[in-house]
Design a protein around this ligand. Structure first.
Ligand code: PLP
Length: 405
């Protein structure tokens, strides 16, 4: 490791609170690759954790940001800015829910808004406030969203946690039914769980949750923070199912690398928030909105929804071939270009071996390797990446059981 990396990482360790443990310092990104401060080029199959669906520094997004920054960088919500209104109308149109949008700055904040909206409506409709969420789900790191996240590892040490959350098992409708009571106001879930291990909901489960919400007068809230904006082959992952949620949330890839979150409602819940009942100073920031409009434009003009499905199928097939080779690889699952490789044991050594080959990937829980490549991936990039994956797996497992070849 050269001086550049070492110096930056040393300053990082001295000056930034150690909530992460990075080992690479990046200086630039373009399309599906990033470059570190020493000039090493790597395939980014993390997309900056699900951010760069249209690739790093997509020229159209860069131009939109530059133009808007020169025009009006912030308006506050005391005044309207045009890009945010156009973006809201577009998101409502893409969703087909006929409702309205609340803008904020992150996934946690978008989910926080969904939780607050559900409570505001529920408290006024039968004194209901409890929200059922899924074990292995993930909804963010604020106190409310970390409580909505039914996983101990991100709650430990933060007692007392807010009240009003109960957990059920994902893909088990009976467990969800058992968690619902007279205080329940909403069921919140990811159509494809990300952090929890890249686990898609089953058709029956999504339909079952929708039917339960209809029967008990509950809001169905889909967290699309990771799965949204084309990642799974539809604009929003719930659109891959035969249901419509009442609310859904977006962030990560929404504005192509500029922080932005959004809560989208259907018509029924569009006016639950009223003046001063909820707010965000930066929410609907015109630069972020201009970036998001560019992201949507690129997804449409480059046919990225279809590409996510096509390339996702190719990557899954390639990974399945690896699963057939090694006993330690158990399963490939996911949707579109949101893909998990399930390992018997620790996923981290594989992620490290991939990095050594020149490909950045993620873990999702202790035993899943997660691939979230940019949707602008070209077939030749994918082929090269597949070779790297194959070589990395050979490095990790080759000696143990790769004797077939
Ligand atoms: C990342 C993520 C969040 C949190 O988003 P932040 O922008 O980090 O607050 C919430 N839900 C899901 C499904 C996520 O993947």
């Amino acid at each position: 490791m050269s001086n550049n990396s070492q110096e930056i990482l040393e300053t990082y360790r001295k000056s930034i609170m150690p909530t992460y443990a990075p080992s690479i310092a990046l200086s630039s990104g373009r399309g599906v690759t990033v470059r570190d401060v020493d000039g090493l080029i790597l395939y980014d199959f993390t997309s900056g954790i699900g951010i760069h669906n249209v690739g790093h520094s997509n020229p159209k997004v860069v131009k939109a940001v530059q133009d808007q920054a020169a025009q009006l960088m912030h308006s506050s919500n005391l005044f309207v800015n045009e890009p945010s209104t156009r973006l809201a109308a577009k998101l409502v149109q893409l969703s087909g829910l006929g409702g309205k949008v609340f803008f904020c700055n992150s996934g946690a904040e978008a989910n926080e808004a969904a939780i607050k909206l559900a409570r505001k409506w529920g408290n006024a409709n039968g004194g209901r406030y409890e929200i059922v969420t899924m074990r292995q789900g993930f909804h963010g790191r604020t106190l409310a969203t970390v409580t909505a996240t039914g996983q101990g590892w991100c709650q430990d040490g933060y007692d007392p946690l807010p009240v009003g959350f109960v957990y059920a098992d994902f893909n088990d409708i009976e467990s969800v039914k058992a968690a619902v009571n007279e205080k329940t106001v909403a069921i919140m879930l990811e159509a494809v769980q990300g952090e929890g291990g890249v686990m898609p909901a089953s058709e029956e489960f999504m339909r079952g949750v929708r039917a339960l919400c209809d029967e008990k007068n509950l809001l169905m809230i889909c967290d699309e923070v990771q799965s949204g904006m084309g990642r799974t082959g539809t604009w929003f992952a719930w659109q891959g199912y035969d249901i419509k949620p009442d609310l859904f949330t977006l962030a990560k890839s929404l504005a192509g690398g500029i922080p932005m979150g959004a809560l989208v409602s259907n018509e029924r819940f569009a006016d639950v928030f009223t003046p001063s009942s909820h707010a965000s100073t930066f929410g609907g920031n015109p630069v972020a909105a201009a970036a998001a409009l560019a992201v949507i434009d690129i997804i449409e003009s480059d046919g990225l929804l279809a590409k996510a499905t096509e390339l996702g199928t190719l990557l899954m097939e390639a990974l399945k071939a690896e699963v057939d080779k090694y006993d330690k690889l158990l399963e490939v699952r996911g949707k579109g270009l949101m893909i998990g490789l399930v390992v018997d044991g620790e996923a981290k050594p594989i992620v490290q071996a991939l990095q050594d080959q020149g490909l950045l990937a993620l873990t999702a829980g202790p035993n899943v390797v997660r691939f979230l490549p940019p949707l602008v991936l070209k077939q030749e990039d994918l082929e090269e990446a597949v070779d790297m994956i194959s070589d990395a797996l050979d490095c990790v497992y080759g000696d143990e059981e790769g004797s077939e070849d």
